[in-house]
Design a protein around this ligand. Structure first.
Ligand code: ATP
Length: 238
């Protein structure tokens, strides 16, 4: 399987604090790769470092090109698209305008924007029903749907999801994970950051664990799920 992204010796710092320490990871094309780990382990910082949103050093090769020093907007144009933990929607703007912002970042033509919008509405009819509604009036689940839809408007090659289950009611979490699996079945490559390790390892092909800024070697997700040390620390009772 071809490698979509290779990250080598990534450090992320906040002043003196080293939040990510020499992280190395690969994302294989067409897979879900997950990074699990406790609150504060450095998972969000790693994504910020990848996108160039935090001070970092190390190398990032995406689709065979060294993008380490590129600014976030050029990474977005290459298809590295992040759905941040806080969703970052514009609450006073309509659902549709929030979606269109996702296409602006990639300088889509009006025609391709319309096609993407149709595709997102087809995938998530609830967004279509609410297209004129202010994003701030949506439920938690609908906001997460909108954040995902906005990311899809940018035509991602690599979709990075930071804690998509956070703050969602349990049945909506399952729905969210069904969408994630559906996207992968359509060929999307996904880097999934999750504290809900059981769900993440159920849907992923490859997995890493982060602890105190350090990332483990890559494992098969199924193998990691069956490891007793992982089960004891991250999986909890079923
Ligand atoms: P969470 O699930 O809570 O987001 P995480 O695994 O994503 O946890 P990070 O948010 O990346 O972890 O945090 C890693 C470490 O970096 C923590 O010790 C955190 O306090 C610290 N940190 C995060 N953001 C900043 C910041 N902007 N300034 C200073 N320290 C930060």
């Amino acid at each position: 399987m071809s490698t979509l992204m290779t990250v080598s010796r990534l450090d992320v710092r906040y002043g003196q604090k080293l939040a990510v320490n020499q992280a190395c990871l690969d994302v294989a094309a067409g897979t879900i790769t997950t990074i699990i780990g406790a609150n504060g382990a450095g998972k969000t910082s790693l994504l910020s470092g990848l996108m160039g949103l935090a001070a970092r050093s190390g190398s990032i090769v995406f689709q065979g090109r060294d993008v380490s020093d590129e600014p976030p907007e050029s990474k977005v144009r290459r298809g590295m698209i992040l759905v941040p933990e806080r969703r970052e929607l514009f609450g006073s703007m309509s659902v549709q305008d929030n979606l269109l912002l996702g296409a602006m970042a990639v300088k889509a033509t009006r025609h391709s924007r319309r096609d993407r919008l149709d595709l997102v509405y087809k995938k998530y009819p609830r967004l279509s029903e609410r297209r004129t509604q202010q994003a701030g009036t949506l439920s938690g689940g609908e906001r997460q749907m909108l954040a995902l839809g906005r990311a899809l408007m940018g035509n991602p090659r690599l979709l990075m999801l930071d804690e998509p289950s956070l703050g969602l009611a349990p049945n909506f979490v399952n729905q969210m994970f069904e969408w994630i699996v559906g996207l992968r079945e359509e060929g999307m490559s996904i880097l999934l950051i999750e504290q809900n390790a059981r769900l993440a390892l159920d849907v992923a092909q490859y997995a890493y664990v982060m602890r105190q800024g350090e990332i483990s070697p890559r494992a098969d997700a199924a193998e990691m799920r069956s490891r007793e040390d992982i089960a004891a620390q991250y999986l909890g009772p079923r």
